[in-house]
Design a protein around this ligand. Structure first.
Ligand code: AMP
Length: 422
């Protein structure tokens, strides 16, 4: 069974082709095209690359195309893409302006180009469907909540991969299986005692920290939009809501300009004044730049804030995991984040930490009660696995109007008849 995972940006298309034949799980091909002004042409290039590489006999050999979609109004989980799902994504365009519009446009092109191939969305919000309500609510008036103002959480595919992989590495196959089956049974697969508690730190161009208990998320740093939580490359992260009316009045900024500055000129870029990339910042900090040092220090402080929050909520953890571009590569930042935590049983091994780049490793001391791990991100594999599960299973998670309890509304259906019934 061959599944293509398409990662659609406003001017790019990246893809990975997986083969799940004969019980194996193989990455057959990965590629991408940048600076495209036309998704239709990008899709042709993708299919041509797959064909010429001999990875695809015929286009109809594709069992599905999977998409790591970000968010949609009242829809989450892993679902077959229908017009209703696309309309639900469109309804949240303003919350994910950099992601939803290009995804919708790209998916429509795939629909036209590959009409017989099932298109499947795994929403980045899916991993948080089972988090406790108290961890996901904002203290806003009921009308705001009904309008959709709540925490959704993002980077779900990445954190789910960490939930699965960390459990495997820590020898807890029961928890790994529970995490794998999360969207099939809503976390009802039993796990052995004691529970496995993990904090997953996805630190990259966009960052979030998620608390995970026995393979299921209990909360995350990102909220209503991907603009929240930790400071991002050029997006603000958490901000007191009063700051917005205040700068509108005192600096005379319009809503659109405030939004532009918070999403384009804030985060690490706003703090440093010159770069949104931690590689530049680390180099500049080394050369004495105070603003670069500050940007990195704010990122580390915010990561510690969220790690601390989930450490407390989970009553301690067995492991803290670093993943994504910064988490995998920036040993200095990992050191800054884990500094002075020995009283909590968290002790980094400086040599192991420094030697680890973009590879799976334990970077804590042998005596550290809490293991600190680096696990390279593998979000596309999660999308492909969930798409496969949806194809193979008769348990089709249907889109639901009740986001919080999405799973309980799922109906058993055959794949062919899967559609929105609410
Ligand atoms: P991601 O969004 O996961 O691709 O992460 C991108 C960010 O990770 C970049 O903006 C850098 O801050 C950081 N990063 C990526 N690659 C490296 C590397 N090789 N060394 C250090 N930092 C890196």
């Amino acid at each position: 069974m061959k599944i293509l995972v398409a990662n659609i940006g406003s001017t790019s298309l990246k893809w990975r082709l997986f083969d799940f034949s004969n019980g194996t799980e193989r990455l057959l091909h990965k590629g991408g095209v940048e600076r495209v002004d036309n998704h239709a042409r990008a899709i042709e290039e993708c299919l041509a690359a797959l064909n010429s590489g001999g990875h695809l006999g015929r286009e109809t050999d594709l069992a599905a195309v999977g998409f790591k979609t970000v968010m949609a109004r009242d829809v989450s989980g892993c679902v077959r893409i229908t017009d209703r799902v696309l309309a639900a994504m469109e309804a949240f365009n303003s919350l994910a302006p950099a992601h939803n519009p290009p995804y919708i446009a790209g998916i429509r092109q795939f629909q036209q180009r590959l009409p017989g191939v099932p298109l499947i969305a795994l929403f980045e919000t899916a991993f948080y469907q089972f988090a406790p309500e108290a961890m996901m609510r904002y203290a806003v008036p009921e009308a705001w909540h009904r309008a959709g103002v709540r925490r959704y959480g993002f980077h779900g595919a990445s954190h789910k991969f960490i939930a699965e992989r960390s459990a495997e590495l820590l020898g807890r196959e029961d928890v790994a299986e529970r995490a794998r089956r999360l969207y099939v049974d809503g976390g009802r697969t039993p796990a052995r005692e004691p529970s496995l508690r993990v904090i997953s730190c996805h630190l990259g161009g966009s960052s979030s920290v998620t608390g995970i208990n026995n393979g299921v998320a209990i909360g995350t740093s990102m909220g209503l939009s991907p603009q929240s939580g930790l400071p991002q490359n050029n997006r603000v992260g958490d901000l007191d809501s009063e700051a917005i009316p205040y700068v509108m009045k005192t600096l005379g900024l319009s809503v659109a300009e405030v939004q532009r500055q918070l999403t384009r000129e804030s985060g690490l870029l706003g703090l440093s004044g010159f770069s949104n990339d931690t590689r530049d910042l680390a180099e500049a900090a080394e050369a004495g730049s105070e603003s670069a040092k500050l940007a990195l220090a704010v990122l580390a402080a915010s990561a510690r804030h969220w790690i601390g929050s989930f450490f407390f909520e989970l009553n301690g953890v067995e492991a803290i995991v670093f993943t994504a571009g910064i988490g995998e590569n920036q040993s200095q930042l990992r050191e800054d984040i884990c500094r002075n935590l020995d009283e909590l049983g968290i002790e980094l091994d400086p040599a192991l930490n420094q030697a680890t780049r973009a590879t799976e490793a334990v970077i804590s001391t042998t005596g550290s009660r809490v293991k600190v791990l680096v696990i390279p991100a593998n979000e596309e594999l999660v999308v492909a696995r969930e798409a496969r599960r949806l194809l193979e299973s008769n348990h089709i998670p249907l889109p639901t109007n009740d986001f919080t309890h999405a799973f309980t509304h799922n109906k058993e259906q055959t794949y062919a008849s899967s559609h929105w019934t609410h």
